[in-house]
Design a protein around this ligand. Structure first.
Ligand code: CA2
Length: 146
């Protein structure tokens, strides 16, 4: 049974809705958090929603979720394409990590086509804008992914 969910956001996602709306949409990260918080509250699930521009902080939060055995929804931002440290943290965590992206990274620049996260993620949801987060939460809570 899921009692808590961690939604972790990587670099530059604090700018969501404020810059480049043509790529990432108009919704802010605070707006996404508010919607997910309402869903979690209705289902009696604790939500830990965080953003960091620092790779090591994301690693620590993944480790903490793993130690607690609580699932993670992760948009590692640009680190998705570069971070062996985040790959290793997910691999070593005793919990499931769903990778999400707002954009379809495969339809963009070639340097975004590779995700170092995908091979160690439980599942991947991408390309649905802010709704990628809602779909990931739904997958966790309704599909009984623990
Ligand atoms: O599509 C996604 O969710 C990404 O993870 C977003 C990252 C990007 O580096 C990945 O390739 C795909 C970028 C984070 C958001 O960056 C912003 C920059 C300026 C304005 C708004 C957002």
């Amino acid at each position: 049974m899921i009692t808590a969910v961690h939604v972790l956001n990587g670099p530059n996602l604090n700018l969501l809705g404020l810059r480049e709306p043509e790529i990432y949409g108009h919704e802010t990260l605070a707006g996404i958090e508010a919607r997910l918080a309402a869903v979690c509250k209705a289902r009696g699930v604790e939500l830990h929603f965080r953003q960091s521009n620092h790779e090591g902080e994301l690693v620590t939060w993944i480790q903490d979720a793993g130690l607690a055995g609580e699932p993670v929804i992760l948009n590692a931002g640009g680190y998705s394409h570069t971070s062996i440290a985040i790959h290793d943290a997910i691999k070593g965590a005793r919990t499931r990590v769903i990778e999400v992206h707002l954009s379809n990274i495969h339809a963009r620049e070639s340097f975004r086509h590779i995700s170092l996260i995908s091979p160690v993620a439980y599942g991947v949801i991408l390309g649905f804008g802010a709704a990628s987060y809602d779909l990931a939460l739904e997958a966790l809570l309704s599909a009984q992914v623990d």
